[in-house]
Design a protein around this ligand. Sequence first.
Ligand SMILES: CC(C)(COP(=O)(O)OP(=O)(O)OC[C@H]1O[C@@H](n2cnc3c(N)ncnc32)[C@H](O)[C@@H]1OP(=O)(O)O)[C@@H](O)C(=O)NCCC(=O)NCCS
Length: 206
Amino acid sequence: MENADWIAKGANAEDWLISSTRGEVVSCTAFTITTEQGSDIPAREAMLDRAMGQQRRRKSSEKLRRGRMPSAGLAFIARDAAGVVIGTVRLWDVTLGEGGAKALLLGPLAVEPSQKGAGVGSALMRHAIAEAARLGHGAILLVGDAPYYARFGFSAAKTGSLAMPGPYELHRFLALELVEGALNDACGVLKPAGRKMKTTRVKLVA
Ligand SMILES: CC(C)(COP(=O)(O)OP(=O)(O)OC[C@H]1O[C@@H](n2cnc3c(N)ncnc32)[C@H](O)[C@@H]1OP(=O)(O)O)[C@@H](O)C(=O)NCCC(=O)NCCS
């Protein structure tokens, strides 16, 4: 198994208890988190449509992702025991204002609707945050539900002088510093800074 891969167990430790009287596993939610591969993309896209609907493509975050690759080593997939994609999270390189400091934008985070509440989203978040810190990134920003992301340390405390390049709700614009003070002087509109996707040139024959 690669460094970035690990096996997570269900959110509840008791899911893994073996009945002392019957000697059998009561229930079990197992999933693996791996670095995303190119072959995962069709399954990931179909799952995102099921989890978030078609309107996901109209989000402001999409302006920072379109035509770009995720930040190196920071796209992850969760799979169930059968290898089926049941979760995704990706992080993207941005700059904080024109020529500003570098940071990461997280999203989308999504879990297969039938697998919600089993700890997959939390495991993806914790893995993504740990890997981003290990790779030396200073801060992660996202637009999302504060009651969910607060458990990972995200808040709107340091995003007041920053802005997304499109409509968004201020109270949903959140950040987590991986390096203390990384967002202290940050201001301005987020700009895309990721590696550009290669475009395939079609040679026209007259
Ligand atoms: C949000 C999402 C990624 C959470 O993944 P998950 O695997 O179901 O979450 P977990 O099992 O790790 O955590 C479940 C906990 O999060 C809470 N939670 C889930 N979504 C929440 C939300 N939008 N706001 C607040 N709490 C939320 C659950 O109530 C539960 O709380 P508990 O631990 O106190 O019981 C998943 O529900 C999803 O894919 N939603 C649709 C896509 C989406 O909206 N993504 C962006 C999120 S802002």
